[in-house]
Write a protein that binds this ligand. Structure first.
Ligand SMILES: Cc1ncc(COP(=O)(O)O)c(C=O)c1O
Length: 393
């Protein structure tokens, strides 16, 4: 069975990660090396996760309670939760067929309480930002780019006018270090305030990072074709739900006490693993993923205007459950469950109608550069013309 996702980290990196957990090194040296291997600039911070960086930014900004934070309508639930935990109000901005912000929805979402816009570059795509920056300038709003799904190269920094750009190296991300993130922050004052707060946070322990590596090693072991099929059979035999189990297995932090888990500095071994990944990652994997994506686009008939790195490949179908069942029966672990959510509306005028309707029809295909092109052909052959809703993210 082709499992839905494989961790983008090799056994040598995992072995090195374990090694870093036991080898002593001065933290300041590990930090400097990691920073140097990301970029020669000094406009960024390394944090435990994108969610940690976002929380840190909100801690540093101290926006008045009740301020509104606009979020692209599709995002991960924790980003919405973090906004609420800061006593701020999350407001969705609707997205169109290509996953981009709908201009009218953006203008409608703004109120006198709005302070910030968070734009997620979804699925490996690249959302156009010129219009967003123009609107943000007119209303004096901060712009945060959530690049958790769109990392391409060390030193990526997002749009130069954005106040922040956040890149994730969590377990399911490109060039995973099983954790860690980079936050490029434009304002030196804000960056300094964030750095001060970050320094006062506790440091993730070596033991906790070692346990995390162990957990994801088991998941990696189970994601080979034979082991994935075997695990599915075992889970189903004992009455379990393989789909839900697969989605929660790769979760980075549990939902309980979210802020407590986010407010930690990355451990020294995690800094070393990030350095190793940025220096040694085989970037041709992204090129191959892009070739796979373009091939599928052609076969399905999807036209994308902007750059796309195809981190995942969702399709939008009339009957997602039937399509998933058909694909799963043929050995492709497609899912209509994903770890993302549509940001709930706070009033009728600001509903994300388009994002909601697309999200109900999404199916995520198994997707990683190790998949042979023949497997992609087989997947497409299982989809009929009538399944596909044209125009996709
Ligand atoms: C769009 C988006 N934002 C934020 C995050 C959170 O990233 P992290 O796990 O580094 O906190 C994710 C993780 O999948 C994501 O997809």
């Amino acid at each position: 069975m082709w499992i839905r996702m494989r961790l983008d980290i090799g056994w040598r990196d995992i072995a090195s990660g374990f090694g870093f957990c036991v080898m002593p090194i001065k933290r300041s040296i590990a930090e400097k090396r990691a920073k140097d291997s990301w970029s020669r600039g000094d406009d960024f911070l390394i944090t435990l996760s994108v969610r940690s960086a976002f929380d840190l930014m909100l801690r540093a900004l101290q926006l008045p309670p009740g301020s509104e934070v606009l979020l692209s309508a599709l995002t991960v639930p924790d980003m919405v939760r973090i906004v609420k935990l800061h006593e701020l109000v999350p407001v969705p901005v609707d997205t169109d067929e290509a996953g981009n912000i709908i201009s009218d929805s953006l203008k409608r979402a703004i109120s006198p309480q709005t302070r910030m816009i968070v734009i997620a570059h979804l699925f490996g795509g690249s959302a156009p930002l010129d219009e967003v920056h123009k609107v943000a300038k007119d209303h004096d709003l901060l712009v945060v780019e959530d690049c958790a799904q769109s990392f391409l190269r060390p030193g990526d920094s997002g749009h130069p006018e954005s106040d922040a750009a956040l890149f994730s190296f969590g377990p399911i991300k490109t060039a995973s270090a099983l954790g860690g993130a980079v936050a490029r922050i434009k304002s030196p004052e804000l960056r300094e305030r964030m750095a001060g707060l970050l320094e006062s946070d506790s440091i993730q322990s070596r033991k906790s990072f070692a346990l995390r590596i162990a957990r994801f090693s088991v998941l990696k072991l189970l994601s080979g074709n034979f082991m994935a099929e075997f695990t599915r059979c075992c889970v189903e035999r004992f009455g379990g739900d393989f789909d839900s189990m697969s989605n929660s297995a790769a979760r980075g932090f549990s939902s309980a006490e979210l802020l407590k888990q986010l407010r930690r500095q990355p451990s020294t071994p995690l800094l070393r693993l990030m350095e190793r990944r940025w220096q040694n990652y085989d970037f041709t994997r992204i090129d191959r993923r892009m070739r796979m994506g373009r091939l599928l686009d052609t076969k399905i008939g999807i036209k994308r205007g902007a750059f796309h790195s195809y981190w995942v490949y969702p399709i939008f179908v009339r009957d997602p459950i039937a399509v998933c069942e058909r694909l799963c029966a043929a050995g492709f672990d497609a899912t209509c469950q994903a770890r993302m959510t549509v940001v709930p509306a706070i009033d009728d005028a600001r509903k994300a109608v388009s994002a909601c309707s697309r999200w109900e029809h999404a199916v995520f295909l198994p997707w990683y550069p190790d998949m042979p092109f023949e497997a992609l052909d087989d997947m497409i052959d299982l989809l009929s013309e009538s399944d596909i809703r044209k125009g996709g993210i």
